[in-house]
Design a protein around this ligand. Structure first.
Ligand SMILES: Cc1ncc(COP(=O)(O)O)c(C=O)c1O
Length: 411
């Protein structure tokens, strides 16, 4: 056998990406070849503990056996018929998801951004048809620091300059107020406001948990002013924070849930808008749709995912192991870590910026076998698959401690 340079396969794969993949991401130099549970193996055979879980799309772990078995079975039956016909998987999926959410109807889509776009359309239509807002006059209140995806309308109400610059003209009809400030939100609502759209815990912003009374106050304001409360639970929902929905931490039930990521079991893109008939009932044939939305393969996987969530096992795991994660990360306070935020197996970690950028620390961690993602500046995000073990959490945090120490933390 001819010995090859240890990194040849990695370098070749990255060189091909550089040539032919649009440069809209800046990935770490790790080339995944296979994955199982909480672990990813690269093209060199090196193993990494995945502490990002594809931004919560892999909540149940890579290739969860029951989800993969469901997918295989459905591949042998029917995968796509479009919504031009019925399929025997869509009704059961929507019924199960509606029940999980305590709502009546489900609008199935594919990506998270599509769910958000769909939620915006539904809110505007509801505003015109039900609330009586003059056509074209509706407003939606959003929060500073939001991340809801990257379509033209969604970036129109983002305050991330990188996501916006050069992509105008922007969609009007949005008002942005500071996240966590209920007075500012109240002041932004007027008679033409149809919705408040929020992430209950802001993910991309750095896992920002709002003040305790914020979401209950938002809920009350929405009810008082006949405004839809739309919770974007695409990243925070489906057991990530230790509850089925992040809103559950505050006992808040929004009018509309936006779901995605983990709903597709880490196998297919599957997203949804979930609400009562009084809201989603405003859509009629031809007003909205997607060729792949609610396809039988995705719906079959969605049924399995909802079934797994119904037992509460993953929510409990996330809550219990989240305590371990937060305790271990908390021990690094003053040793390179300045703050730790989050709920369940979801943590935003502010590092001492003198030790390096979040990207540099992520790179150093990848070299030690731990995959995480930086958000802004020197903040790291930990969101491992919920099948991770306490021992693996210890191992990952020890590696973070070693990287920070190497860079002079605590000295
Ligand atoms: C809260 C939230 N909403 C929407 C999206 C967009 O989802 P997608 O990338 O599937 O379009 C994301 C993606 O990270 C998200 O975190």
């Amino acid at each position: 056998m001819i010995a090859v340079d240890a990194d040849t396969a990695t370098q070749e794969a990255i060189a091909l990406d550089e040539c032919h993949v649009a440069h809209n991401y800046s990935p770490l130099p790790v080339v995944a070849a296979s994955a199982e549970g909480a672990w990813i193996t690269d093209v060199e055979g090196r193993r990494y503990l995945d502490c990002l879980a594809a931004y919560s799309a892999v909540n149940f772990g890579h290739r969860h056996p029951e989800i993969v078995a469901t997918a295989h079975a459905q591949l042998d039956a029917v995968t796509l018929v479009s919504r031009a016909f019925h399929s025997d998987r869509l009704g059961p999926f929507c019924a199960a998801l509606a029940e999980l959410c305590g709502k009546e109807l489900v609008l199935p889509m594919n990506s998270g951004a599509e769910a958000v776009e769909s939620g915006i359309k539904v809110a505007r239509k509801w505003g015109t048809d039900v609330k009586g807002v003059p056509a074209g006059q509706s407003t939606i209140v959003v929060a500073h620091g939001n991340f809801h995806g990257r379509t033209t309308t969604i970036i129109s109400f983002s305050d991330d300059d990188t996501a916006r610059r050069g992509f105008g003209p922007y969609t009007p009809g949005f008002r942005s107020v500071p996240f966590g400030d209920a007075d500012a939100l109240a002041a932004a609502i007027d008679e033409n406001t149809v919705a408040v759209l929020l992430e209950p815990i802001q993910g991309e912003a750095g896992i920002i948990v709002p003040p305790a009374d914020y979401l209950p106050t938002v809920r009350a304001l929405c009810t008082q002013h006949d405004v839809l409360m739309i919770a974007d639970e695409i990243q925070s929902g489906l057991a990530r924070t230790g509850r089925t929905f992040a809103c559950d931490h505050w006992g808040v039930v929004p009018d509309v849930y936006l779901l995605g990521k983990a709903l597709g079991g880490g196998v297919v893109p599957l997203s949804a808008v979930v609400a009562d008939r009084a809201v989603l009932g405003v859509l009629h044939p031809g007003e909205h749709g997607s060729t792949f939305g609610g396809n039988p393969l995705a719906a079959a996987i969605g049924i399995m995912v909802v079934g797994m969530l119904r037992s509460g096992e993953f929510q409990t795991r996330s809550a219990q192991l989240g305590d371990v994660l937060h305790a271990r990360l908390g021990e690094l306070h003053g040793r390179g870590v300045r703050a730790v935020r989050g709920r369940g197996l979801w943590a935003g970690v502010d590092l001492d910026p003198r030790l390096g950028t979040g990207k540099q620390i992520s790179l150093a961690l990848a070299e030690r076998g731990v995959l995480v993602k930086d958000t802004h500046g020197s903040t790291l995000r930990f969101a491992p698959p919920l099948v991770i073990t306490a021992a693996e959490i210890d191992w990952a945090v020890q590696r973070l401690a070693a990287v920070l120490a190497e860079r002079g933390a605590g000295s």
